[in-house]
Design a protein around this ligand. Structure first.
Ligand code: ZN
Length: 371
């Protein structure tokens, strides 16, 4: 009886779920135009124009040819647009179909490694309710400095840069992210800071990630940040932990982020070494609640325990830890290290990470607190 009720109840939703469009298919499946090339490396360079809320840039894609095909699917969502695509000094033609762009390439040798440059520009979609309804967040801090970030888990990285926007294919050899901003601002992305180039009115912050990275985890956080750091003696040796917060929040952050090494200790105990020693671990203050950006966890929980100061578990134990710091960091193991190859398996990311909150409590406060 129960089952019948259950099925009847679900039926309208099941039918509805099957009404997908060609755009959904292009976005969510491994099309032949995606399957023939394996992403090796992204070299993304982008300039941010806070006054006009525009961005422009270039993504160099290095890829390995694994099958014979002459059409390449690149994703970049409207209203962002592709200006040109260059391969071997030649402009390539392409046909756009909504958020998908089919690029005509020459027949390429199977096994060969090739690259192409995609130039793009536009006004990326503004996030309506980040991090859930994603895009760009343009705001200012209380000192009237620009404070800008991206959050695009559901909507995908192609909301602001062109790539193969499907979770099955991460760049095997990592990524470089160069972000040019007005010179009084800092940009924090994933991985390690390699260089800062100074220009007349701008600065370019060059970050490098050596591990394969989730496309939705590629991060830019721009603001009037101050930085502090510590070295953590972890299971795989010394881990650099870096913290970037707004200038006025340094003292609060120094106190609250004492939970970061506690988190690292508990999660390494339960799940094994932090997965990205080479890329470091970061916490970055952002103007939204937070997100699991790989090796660049973003944080907007007001430096308070619980979820914006509240205990969602109503058990009292929810106020023993900073929900965003612990939860988003748990994703480094489940989302960033172990990643679903299709968004249909998002439960792998959220299910195990929810469980990690209890394991954090178990480690530091005992079984009773965790249950
Ligand atoms: Zn989560």
């Amino acid at each position: 009886m129960k089952n019948i009720v259950f099925l009847t109840f679900l039926l309208p939703f099941i039918v509805k779920a099957q009404e997908f469009t060609r755009a959904d298919t292009l976005k969510g499946s491994i099309t032949p135009e995606r399957a023939w090339w394996d992403v090796m490396h992204y070299d993304l360079a982008v300039e941010i124009f806070p006054e006009t809320k525009q961005i422009s840039g270039r993504n160099t894609i290095i890829y390995k040819v694994i099958a014979s095909h002459t059409t390449m699917q690149i994703d970049l969502q409207s209203p962002m647009g592709i200006d040109s695509i260059i391969q071997n000094n030649k402009k390539l033609t392409f046909q756009s179909e909504g958020n998908v762009h089919f690029v005509n390439v020459r027949q390429q040798l199977i096994g060969s490694k090739n690259e192409l440059d995609i130039y793009f520009s536009g006004m990326p979609r503004v996030a309506r309710r980040p991090p859930w309804d994603g895009g760009f967040v343009w705001t200012k801090d209380s000192n009237q400095n620009y404070w800008i970030a991206n959050a695009n888990q559901g909507i995908g990285a192609s909301v602001w840069w062109p790539l193969k926007d499907h979770p099955y294919d991460e760049p095997d050899e990592g990524m470089r992210i160069s972000v040019t901003v007005p010179k009084d601002l800092m940009n924090v992305s994933n991985g390690q800071l390699k260089a800062v180039q100074e220009h007349e009115t701008t600065k370019t912050w060059i970050w490098e990630v050596v591990n394969p990275i989730n496309a939705y985890g590629v991060n830019i956080s721009i603001g009037d940040y101050v930085h502090f750091e510590e070295i953590y003696q972890g299971e795989n040796g010394l881990l650099k932990m870096d913290y970037y917060v707004l200038r006025d929040h340094k003292e609060k952050a120094k106190k609250q982020f004492q939970q970061a090494p506690l988190m690292m200790e508990a999660f390494e105990y339960w799940f094994g070494p932090y997965p990205f020693y080479e890329d470091g671990y970061k916490l970055i203050e952002v103007p939204y609640l937070g997100m699991e950006h790989q090796s660049a966890v973003t944080y907007g929980n007001n430096f308070e325990n619980g979820y914006l100061g509240k205990d969602l578990s109503e058990s009292g134990h929810g106020l023993k830890f900073d929900f965003i710091l612990i939860h988003e960091s748990g994703h480094e193991w489940f989302a960033n290290n172990i990643t679903n190859n299709d968004v249909a398996y998002m439960w792998i990311h959220e299910g195990f990470t929810c469980y990690s909150e209890s394991l954090y409590l178990d480690y530091h406060f005992g079984k009773k607190a965790a249950s």
